[in-house]
Design a binder for this molecule. Structure first.
Ligand code: OOG
Ligand code: MG
Length: 254
């Protein structure tokens, strides 16, 4: 088995069994790290999971500072990661889950490698408040840029609220992430590259370059607008975004 296959299996097993694995010891190139990610996703697809979109990461200062990773990255989302709005996640199925406030885009048309903000907006079928549940498979949630890319950029689960009018200006919407009614993070969508539409444009470029261009029906997660917050059993998590609405879920009690 090649090193890429071995690492893909190791990370896939860590995710499936919710067991942390040590950080990678051999430094990988960014290209090889994405090859590990692609290979680990192939294992998921072989088990029947279907790719439903992509997630962007490290698109805000707050996230870069919290994680010590400075480069934008991306990962694949599958149908198995989608949690119904108002639904529940099973705490024991995760290693050490965290949640972060995001914006989700729903595409109504494909997007190629090079798009203008106007073309990106025209391709949208909807925008929604969204919560990403990230769960690094590495011990202590510590990783380098290439470690986290290999680990599908910590993708674990996501919740999208009701789809709102894609013409909504997303450049500076206030948002509140709350646990059991108490505010934990307060911010603005402006934290996401100055306007989350830039994250969608970057997603279109990166997905096209990887040979899997964005398609109608794909969901794109724009990246956390604030630092992520650790989850505990029994919590009720809710995000409110000005003019867009809310998204919420519960964490199982054990
Ligand atoms: C890596 C994934 C980053 C985001 O929104 O910036 C990410 C991590 O923080 O574990 O999802
Ligand atoms: Mg995220």
């Amino acid at each position: 088995m090649s090193l890429i296959e071995t690492l893909a299996e190791r990370l896939d097993t860590a995710a499936r069994t919710a067991t942390a694995t040590p950080q990678l010891t051999d430094p990988l190139s960014v290209e090889d790290a994405y090859a590990v990610q692609a290979r680990s996703m192939a294992l998921r697809y072989a088990r029947g999971e279907r790719r439903v979109g992509i997630k962007m990461g490290m698109t805000s200062r707050a996230k870069m500072v919290q994680m010590g990773v400075e480069d934008m990255l991306w990962g694949r989302l599958t149908d198995a990661m989608l949690v119904e709005d108002g639904g529940e996640i099973d705490f024991p199925a995760f290693v050490h889950p965290r949640v972060e406030p995001e914006i989700a885009f729903l595409l109504g048309a494909p997007l190629g490698e090079k798009v203008t903000p106007m073309a990106a907006r025209a391709a949208l079928a909807g925008v929604a408040p969204a919560l990403e549940i990230i769960d690094s498979r590495y011990e202590n949630f510590k990783f380098s840029l290439t470690d986290v890319i290999a680990d599908n950029s910590s993708s674990s689960a996501f919740v999208t609220g009701a789809w709102a009018d894609p013409a909504t200006d997303l450049s500076n919407l206030g948002l509140i992430l709350g646990f059991d009614g108490e505010a934990r993070q307060v911010g603005s969508t402006a934290a996401i590259l100055g306007d989350p539409i830039r994250s969608l444009i970057a997603a279109a470029r990166l997905a096209a370059r990887a040979g899997e261009p964005l398609q109608a029906g794909d969901v794109v997660m724009a990246g956390g607008a604030t630092a992520a917050e650790a989850l505990s059993p029994g919590q009720h998590v809710r995000l409110e975004v000005q003019h867009l609405g809310r998204a919420e879920f519960r964490v199982s009690s054990g």
